[in-house]
Write a protein that binds this ligand. Structure first.
Ligand code: SF4
Length: 457
């Protein structure tokens, strides 16, 4: 069976896709690069915004139409006999119930579109062999039972950078967020399992590991301790940083409510923990933060950022902001804009609020018009462009260590720094050998969202 994985959304989804790949290889599946070539297409989805959901439905509909068109162009009996209708599956955050078009109780996605054959919850991925017997001749010798999604080690498309989840789900219940509904309650993996997976990834060639969790710094082992001197997350981070052979360690995304001095101290003590903090603020207005149920104030957020910068000089700080959340006034929006100006973020991921079902915000009026959300988006983006460019200008002349991600056909390499800044630089004809390698690059230019440089000899 030829399969294709189409992945949308965050790194957690990419990591899920890597584990699905392992299961499908286990039943002799062969991965292909395009959905058109595949017998089985799996969309690993994101439901964080309505736009993401609509896009998946659009893609599935296009694929079906294209296949129908191909069938109409087939002339001979033989061609028609070999026509394939790819089996289409959806998994990830959009799925509530593992089911197929033949199930008595179908997931709402199957009801919405008969173009989807089956959907499965990500925790059911280890049983895919059994699920797929309805569609493909899979030998009985494949039990298809991996013990669990986290025991199914990921098969990555590249080995130099690995993602290791600490937990899944979230208990925080921010009022706009669908994650607690789609991914369920927070479940933390055991410390041994995480450490073993990190060691395995390093032995496969990982130079960089990113620890993942919806609320990564809430990680705990055993019983959650209240106000401890050192949180379980800080302890785990410290232990992983000390593993032999690990060059860079990152984590995504910490929650400002729980980010204490202990984590910032561990970052300062371990030189291989990257000089980057992504701390999602969402709003710069206390009333909005309360309405979002974020659990911190603007003052507490600013205090944490200031402490992070003091303990880790040169650290880059990035954030997420939602504009146009229910009843957000102009004044409240201006508070967010002011915070962005004051904090000089290196990057702000801005989203226009969109209502998600099953969230408290779905009960409230989505009363900021789209045109107004777009204006607010644009205003924050203008602030970001200035802060990002100014911060990047400050890097000119520095020599930065860059982990190379790709090289284009004009021999321009692109990679990222410890601060998670993008750097582009020219390499020679055989530049592809740099992919997955660290290169020292002298920064010679600063663009809005990336740096330019040349290899330092
Ligand atoms: S912390 Fe809030 S925004 Fe983040 S996943 Fe949990 S509920 Fe969603």
């Amino acid at each position: 069976m030829k399969f294709h994985l189409a992945v949308f959304g965050c790194q957690m989804n990419s990591n899920d896709a890597d584990r699905i790949r392992t299961v499908l290889h286990g039943i002799e599946g062969k991965e292909v690069q395009t959905p058109e070539e595949a017998d089985f297409v799996i969309y690993v989805t994101c439901s964080i915004r309505q736009h993401a959901e609509d896009r998946i439905f659009g893609l599935i509909s296009n694929l079906r139409k294209q296949k129908k068109k191909e069938e109409r162009l087939m002339n001979t009996e033989e061609e028609l006999a070999h026509r394939r209708r790819p089996v289409i599956a959806v998994t990830g955050c959009m799925v509530e119930k593992t089911s197929s078009q033949t199930s008595d109780k179908k997931d709402k996605l199957l009801v919405r579109s008969d173009k989807i054959d089956l959907v499965f919850r990500i925790e059911d991925a280890p049983s895919l062999a059994n699920i797929l017997r309805e569609y493909f001749p899979i030998s009985d010798e494949y039990s298809g039972e991996f013990p669990g999604i986290f025991e199914t080690l990921p098969t990555q498309t590249q080995n130099y950078s690995a993602f290791v989840p600490l937990s899944t789900g979230c208990d925080h219940h921010c009022t706009y967020c669908i994650v607690p509904h789609t991914r369920g309650k927070e479940v933390c993996r055991s410390k041994d399992e995480i450490i073993n997976e990190c060691k395995e990834m390093i032995s496969r060639g990982a130079k960089e590991i990113t620890l993942l969790g919806q609320n990564v710094n809430r990680y705990y082992f055993g019983k959650r301790r209240i106000n401890p001197y050192r949180t379980d997350f800080a302890e785990l981070l410290d232990e992983i940083a000390k593993l032999d052979g690990l060059v860079w360690l990152r984590f995504l995304s910490p929650h400002p409510q729980h980010l204490g001095e202990d984590v910032l101290d561990v970052m300062a003590e371990n030189q291989n923990i990257c000089s980057h903090l992504h701390l999602p603020v969402q709003s710069g207005d206390n009333e909005m933060l309360q309405k979002m149920a974020r659990g911190y104030t603007v003052e507490k957020f600013k205090e944490t950022v200031s402490l992070a910068r003091k303990k880790n000089p040169g650290i880059s700080v990035t954030t997420d902001v939602i504009v146009g959340f229910c009843s957000e006034t102009e004044e409240q929006f201006q508070n967010t804009k002011r915070l962005c100006k004051e904090e000089n973020f290196d990057m702000v991921y801005i989203s226009k609020f969109s209502v998600r079902p099953h969230t408290p915000a779905a009960q409230w009026e989505d009363d900021v018009p789209l045109v107004e959300k777009k204006r607010r988006y644009h205003e924050i983006n203008e602030v970001l462009k200035k802060s990002s460019k100014t911060n990047n200008m400050g890097d000119i002349g520095k020599v930065m260590k860059v982990l190379v991600d790709r090289v284009n056909d004009k021999n321009i390499a692109q990679g990222h720094t410890s601060e998670n800044k993008i750097v582009e630089f020219q390499v020679g004809n055989k530049g592809r050998r740099f992919i997955g390698e660290f290169v020292d690059v002298k920064i010679t230019g600063a663009k809005m969202f990336y740096l330019e440089g040349k290899i330092e000899n």
